[in-house]
Design a binder for this molecule. Structure first.
Ligand code: CTP
Ligand code: MG
Length: 220
């Protein structure tokens, strides 16, 4: 099974506020995007394509290994993944789509996604339980309802897909469509998405506190 990894790294990282592309921000002395590429490879992915900000392609080329392919990302994550997917060569059997913003994803979590695909799943997402009480609020911010959390999960990346299934789902999707993940794209095409266990260490770096926590983890 030939697996190609796509890393979405074309965001600007406004909430992190580092004044530069989030994927180029350093963690333990290496850019976040390098960590994400290594997780995929160590977990069993064969080739990697990275979607990067149009104007920073040369900067990414200097930090990433030579055999990683770079493509210009788009205005939204959906557009960036679409661009990378167009650059995936035909011989991929499965495609794993990962966020550059999840640098400490253990290779085991990647391997679980690959194993589910190997077992015949067409779409796989790693998930973790919701541990906090979860509520619905009304317009004034008052609690309107408590949501039973037993059936709720938080979805991480990498998300894995049969290559043909993901390509067909993106083809069906409108040019301006903006979905928050790739499982939503295949679900919109009627494909069943199965889950495997994710890992809390695959947490996404969104705000400065997340980066501080990640720094503590790599220093141990
Ligand atoms: N991403 C992308 N192309 C975009 C927007 C986002 O490839 N046009 C990628 C980001 O680089 C990131 C992942 O999608 O690895 C998850 O997005 P998010 O955490 O929201 O990152 P940013 O969009 O960069 O951050 P922010 O929303 O705070 O600006
Ligand atoms: Mg964003």
């Amino acid at each position: 099974m030939h697996a190609v990894g796509i890393v979405a790294a074309a965001g600007s990282g406004l909430r992190l506020g580092a004044g530069r592309s989030k994927a180029l921000v350093q963690l333990g002395g290496r850019a976040l995007v390098c960590w994400a590429v290594d997780s995929l490879r160590d977990g069993g992915v064969n080739d990697v394509v990275v979607a990067v900000p149009v104007r920073e392609q040369s900067l990414f080329a200097t930090v990433l290994p030579m055999d990683v392919r770079l493509v210009a990302g788009g205005r939204t994550r959906t557009a960036s993944v679409r661009a990378a997917l167009a650059a995936v060569r035909g011989r991929a059997d499965v495609v794993l789509v990962h966020d550059a913003a999840r640098p400490l994803t253990p290779p085991d979590a990647v391997a679980r996604v690959l194993a589910a695909l190997e077992g015949g799943a067409r779409a796989v997402v790693p998930v973790v339980p919701v541990v906090d009480t979860t509520v619905v609020v009304d317009d004034s911010g008052a609690v309107a309802d408590t949501v039973p959390r037993e059936t709720l999960r938080r979805v991480q990346t990498p998300q894995g897909f049969e290559h043909a299934t993901l390509a067909a789902a993106y083809d069906r999707l409108g040019d301006d469509a903006e979905l928050t993940d790739d499982a939503a794209v295949v679900r919109a095409a009627g494909v069943q998405v199965v889950t495997v266990a994710g890992d809390e260490r695959a947490a996404k770096i969104t705000v400065p506190h997340d980066l501080e926590l990640a720094e503590l983890q790599v220093r141990r």
